[in-house]
Design a protein. Structure first.
Length: 376
């Protein structure tokens, strides 16, 4: 008889709850697809990098042959862009795959994995699916980290892996370099691997902290092509560490041909398309400020300030309402957001996460929320 491994069998959490599609919401509420604002998955509303899309098309002619199993050409392009040797880079089918490789390579069943609550749910979903134990450190508030408490837990519990997200999801807050260094220093000389997830780094208009991997041999930085590069459907992400010894095991345990020709070609071209990233980031920065201004002075809701990412939290101030009731009312009006009571641990039912998108979509969201503020 075939048997599911004990870790998988004992996993009690449901798998990831994805954001809803435009098509499903349009069909459910009788709306035109173009009248649905998709503000729940933090994708790029400008679509893929045009250079990447052309490169994916061109790579079609190669798909009868197996790709290079280690994605060498993409690793070279990433290395050249960010100043690392290709041996210091591992590529995955989305950053999510790299997270799973890190968990498998650097922890064993029963090990503790440290993270803030709330955080990107994949950290704890994979942790539990693989029989590891998530250790949550609550944020001090919906906007502030509590790095003192995080460091206490790191020192006391000696987790196998410590995740930090820069900028954090779902708050969009940017941890300081000093706090990231404190984490890396507290883990130095121990068995803890520090993982810095920089999926949304472009939107902060800072270069991020790949360079810190040169100071800390137990630090790895992860990034994705799903956000600023606009390639969420292509599935591409990577990890970088100055210490190649940290990365080699990840390449060795990955599913052998985890990336195809079209993926690697798209990634290489996207890295060369700074104009697309710059245009996207400029729009997000402008629309984030526009939305903050438009939502000032609501009674039932409050846009939580301080996000440096392409999403922000909305707090529900009216105790009669929950994130799920507001989420459903927004859906009826053709606005898809994230209900934090479903998607994130530790935020209860008081918050929504909303993407920063193009003006048409933000106006639809602003109009819908203002309407609910006046007349529930
Ligand atoms: C914080 C964070 N990290 C990583 C990812 C994974 O991205 P992907 O697997 O699409 O590369 C996401 C996706 O939403 C995210 O929010």
């Amino acid at each position: 008889m075939v048997r599911v491994s004990a870790e998988v069998l004992n996993s009690s959490r449901p798998p990831y709850t994805p954001g809803q599609s435009r098509e499903a919401v349009a069909a459910r509420f009788g709306l035109a697809i173009e009248d649905v604002a998709k503000l729940g998955s933090a994708e790029n509303p400008f679509g893929p990098s045009p250079k990447a899309a052309a490169a994916v098309d061109a790579a079609r002619s190669r798909i009868d042959n197996y790709p290079d199993w280690s994605s060498r050409a993409l690793r070279e392009a990433i290395g050249a862009k960010y100043g690392f040797d290709p041996d210091c880079v591992v590529c995955g089918s989305g950053e999510t795959e790299v997270i799973s490789l890190v968990l498998r390579a650097y922890s064993r069943p029963g090990d503790r994995i440290l993270m803030f609550a709330p955080c990107f749910p994949v950290y704890h979903i994979f942790t539990e699916q693989e029989g590891r134990v998530p250790l949550f450190v609550p944020l001090a508030s919906a906007t502030d980290f509590d790095f003192d408490r995080y460091l206490e837990a790191l020192r006391a519990e000696r987790p196998a892996i410590a995740f930090v997200t820069n900028p954090h999801s779902p708050t969009g807050r940017l941890p300081s370099e000093a706090d990231i260094r404190r984490v890396a220093e507290a883990a130095a000389g121990t068995d803890t691997l520090v993982v810095l997830d920089e999926a949304y780094i472009h939107f902060t208009e800072t270069p991020g902290h790949m360079a810190l991997t040169r100071d800390y041999p137990h630090l790895i930085v992860l990034r994705t092509f799903s956000k600023a590069f606009g390639l969420a459907g292509l599935r591409l992400g990577f990890g970088v560490a100055a210490n190649a010894g940290l990365v080699t095991p990840l390449r060795n345990i990955k599913p052998t041909w985890n990336l195809g020709w079209m993926q690697t070609a798209g990634g290489i071209a996207a890295l060369d398309d700074d104009a697309h990233v710059a245009r996207t980031v400029a729009m997000v920065v402008e629309m984030r400020a526009y939305t903050a201004q438009a939502l000032a002075g609501l009674n039932r809701f409050r846009m939580v300030d301080g996000s440096r990412s392409n999403f922000f939290l909305v707090e529900i101030l009216d105790p009669e309402l929950t994130s799920t009731t507001v989420f459903e009312r927004l859906l009826e009006k053709g606005v898809i957001v994230k209900d934090c009571s479903i998607d994130f641990v530790g935020l209860g039912d008081r918050f929504l996460r909303v993407d920063v998108g193009v003006k048409k979509d933000m106006d639809r969201f602003i109009g819908a929320l203002r309407g609910l503020d006046r007349n529930w």
